[in-house]
Structure formats: C-alpha cells, structure tokens
Design a protein around this ligand. Structure first.
Ligand SMILES: C[S@@+](CC[C@H](N)C(=O)[O-])C[C@H]1O[C@@H](n2cnc3c(N)ncnc32)[C@H](O)[C@@H]1O
Length: 417
C-alpha cells in the first residue's frame, strides 16, 4: 500500500472523512474536513498514518480505545469522538436532511434531540477466548479484531461496572476460540444477558455459569441462544408507569432519554386520536403510552414481545383496550380495509424500513401517521411512498440515540386531509 497525502473535503455518512482524488473518492476514518492527512491507501479506503494539518476543531477523544491510535487497536464502538460538538450535531441533522433531499422531500427538519455519554443501557459485545483470557468489546469497523475495552464512556455506569461479570461468565461458557456475542440490557432488576454463537457448553460449564450468575450481584437473567439457563430475578422495565418483563434479547430502545423523546413526539403527533395502530410495536414502547388515551392495536412479528405487552396490559389498571396481533408486516402489511378503523398509525420498523406497509398506508385514509425510524435512507424512501399517496410531511425530528456513532433516529409526522 502506497503512502499518499490527501485533503479531506467532507464527512461521509459513516463519519469517515472523504478526500476527492483523481483516482476517485477515498474514505478516511477519523479524519476531519479541512485536514491534510498522510494515509495508506487501499483502493477507496485510507488509513491515517499521520495528521499533517489538523483541523482547529479537532477534539481530544474521550476514550483511550478510540481512533487509529486507540489502546489495543481501533475500537468499533465510536466513530466521532474527535468531532466538535456543534459539528457533530450538524452531522447528525445532515444525515436526515440529505436522505430527505435525495428523495425530493422538502419539509421542516426540527432541531436534533441530543444525547450524551454514559447513557447506553443496551449493547451487544463481541467476545472471544484467547491465550491471554477473554476479549470483550466492540469489533473494529473494518475487521473482526476485538478491542478489549478497559473503559467505555458511552455505556451507562451500571452496564460498564458489570463488564468483569460478563467476562467471568464468558470465561466459564466459552470452551474454544470461536467468536461469540453477548447482548446485554440493563433493566431495573439487573442485567439481562444473552449469549449467542458459543459452542454448546458442557453440563459442568453450565452449572458453573449458573452458580456465578446467582452469586455475582446485578445479574437478572442469563440466556444461551434461546434457552434461559438461570433467572435470579425477572428482568423488568418501566414504560410510563407500566411494568414490562422483556423477553431475552428482545428489542429495547438503547437509551431512556431517546425513548422518552421519541415517545413524546409520537404522543404529541397523534394527540386526540381515539384508535391507533402501533405497527412494529415490540413489547409496547409506544402502545403502552398511547393506551392512556387511545385504544391501541399492536402488531409485531416477535411473539414473545407481544406476550410481554399483553401481560403488562393485563396487570395494569386504567389503560384503554390494547389488542395484539402477530404478523409479518413485510409479507402481510395491514391493508387499507384493515386500516379503516384507525384514526392514526405509528410505525417503527427495523433498519430495512416499512416499504410494503407504507405502500398500503399510502392507499389508506388514515389521517395521521407518526413514522419512527433508525435509518434515514429507508425513512425517506417510505415517506416518498406516502407523499405519492397524498400525505404531507409536516415535520421530521432527528433524534440522537447512539452517541458518537454515525447512527441517527428520526420521528416524522404525516397528515392526509
Ligand atoms: C425498531 S424495533 C421497534 C420496536 C418498538 N416500537 C419499540 O420502540 O420498542 C422494530 C420492531 O419490528 C419488529 N419486526 C421486525 N421485522 C418484522 C416484520 N417483518 N413484521 C413485523 N414486525 C417486525 C421487531 O421484532 C422489532 O420489535
């Protein structure tokens, strides 16, 4: 790989600096607009060898594992610690604005709902047994190398403090050097820990892991693939005063602040609605809040998430009726005739978006839609489909949930006269 000097023109959607060269664009992680950097170039990818002319706005990273000079290698958890806060926020808003523009959507983009360090209550760690012990961290962006984390400013303190316990469990359960993953959710009763990708552990290892999980403070449940192997206490979350028992490894919004902000937007956008369809409902992040004022029909593919929602509703007084339906909304979106009974819809699909459902909504007469998304590109595509069907996009609010990452969520309000 030849060394080359390039000047960075702008940030790309993954937070990489982009240099325009005669050989085409080069993506250089951890470089900022205006900087001159020496890189090792491999086709369209550049690795910083040195920063020759640093941007005046370059920030000192908060974490020893960040960037090309990170301790133990480059941690895959953060991409933007070196970016000044105002530029960082502008970058997140631009991700949403650019996606809308690409689909020819001209609508008000509201100020960013911000986030900060120490807020992540959910994370998926990569792990591997090595001769030196268990490595646990976030994989590097461009390799399977795992940076063993000794600090992590984005995790909640409760989650970070339990990393030694996760390593202990991994050390007991991992019998070979194959990579595995641990999904962890901090709940009000302790950590909900789900291992996947491990070679099936021996009975001796399982028993040792059960003993460790019972002894170590702060562990609510330990799951191996789909099997709960010990549950000292049921993991529980509060959603607007309703207790929910999330199933293992189920979807939960990653920070409480972003969840509250998105829910507040959904409630305000759908205010006054009497009957709401909550599509891609999960275990009821929006449904449980909406049900204070409206009847809610929650539709979702994950049966266990729906059962958790149903159980929560049955054990809570004072909510309007909440019905549940298990359905694959990619294959079988709700049709216009099924949408007839609702005066509002909220949909919150995975990253792939809700193309098929948007096409059916476009043909419906539902007067208000709140579209929640974790992917500006698919959101903009789905909004375009709805616009073609006669909807007007009243507003789009970007929400920062994954601090220092290039991800951004958004909540849009659409209306049809
Ligand atoms: C981004 S999460 C949102 C969940 C919920 N609204 C929340 O805020 O907690 C997306 C949800 O879509 C569900 N899902 C994924 N594919 C689906 C499909 N084909 N049909 C219905 N639901 C699906 C997932 O199980 C997950 O609960």
């Amino acid at each position: 790989m030849a060394a080359e000097t390039v000047t960075i023109a702008k940030l790309g959607s993954q937070g990489d600096g982009i240099a325009e060269t005669t050989g085409g664009p080069v993506f250089v992680p951890f470089a900022l607009p205006g900087e001159t950097v020496m890189i090792a170039r491999d086709k369209g990818h550049g690795t910083i060898l040195s920063v020759l002319q640093a941007s005046a706005k370059r920030e000192q990273p908060s974490c020893r594992h960040f960037g090309p000079d990170g301790k133990n290698g480059t941690c895959g958890g953060c991409a933007l610690q070196h970016v000044a806060e105002d530029d960082y926020r502008a970058f997140k808003v631009a991700l949403v604005q650019d996606a809308l523009t690409q689909h020819g959507i001209d609508c008000p983009v509201e100020p960013l709902v911000t986030s900060g360090p120490g807020e992540r209550r959910r994370a998926t760690f990569a792990g591997r047994r090595t001769e030196e012990g268990i490595l646990l961290g976030f994989s590097s962006p461009s390799s399977h190398h795992i940076v063993s984390i000794e600090e992590c400013p984005v995790l909640s303190p409760a989650l970070f403090e339990r990393l030694p316990a996760l390593k202990l469990l991994a050390g007991i359960l991992a019998s070979n050097s194959d990579p595995f993953r641990i999904a962890v959710l901090e709940t009000e009763t302790g950590l909900d820990i789900s291992f996947s990708g491990l070679k099936t552990p021996s009975e001796k290892r399982r028993q040792a892991a059960i003993r460790a999980a019972m002894t170590v403070k702060g562990i609510a449940r330990l799951t191996l693939d789909d099997e709960i192997i010990v549950e000292p206490v049921k993991p529980a979350l509060q959603i607007d005063g309703t207790k929910v028992f999330p199933p293992p490894a189920s979807f939960a919004q990653t920070t409480e602040r972003a969840e509250d902000a998105m829910a507040a937007l959904v409630l305000s956008h759908l205010k006054g609605a009497k009957s709401v369809a909550d599509l891609f409902s999960g275990f009821g992040t929006f449904a449980l809040r909406l049900a204070r004022k409206a009847q809610v029909h929650a539709v979702e593919f994950d049966q266990k998430a729906l059962e958790a929602l149903d159980y929560a509703v049955r054990n809570r007084q004072g909510l309007k009726a909440v019905s549940i339906e298990r359905r694959d909304l990619f294959r079988r979106p709700l049709l216009p005739r099924e949408l007839k009974g609702f005066d509002a819809v909220v949909f919150d699909p995975p990253r792939a978006g809700a193309k098929e459902q948007a096409e059916e909504l476009a043909r419906s007469k539902v007067s208000r839609i709140a579209a929640v998304s974790c992917n500006p590109a698919t959101l903009a595509r789905d909004l375009r489909i709805l616009i073609e069907g006669g909807y007007r996009v009243e507003s789009v609010t970007p929400v920062d949930q994954f601090y220092w990452s290039p991800h951004v969520e958004a909540v849009a309000l659409l209306k049809k006269a």
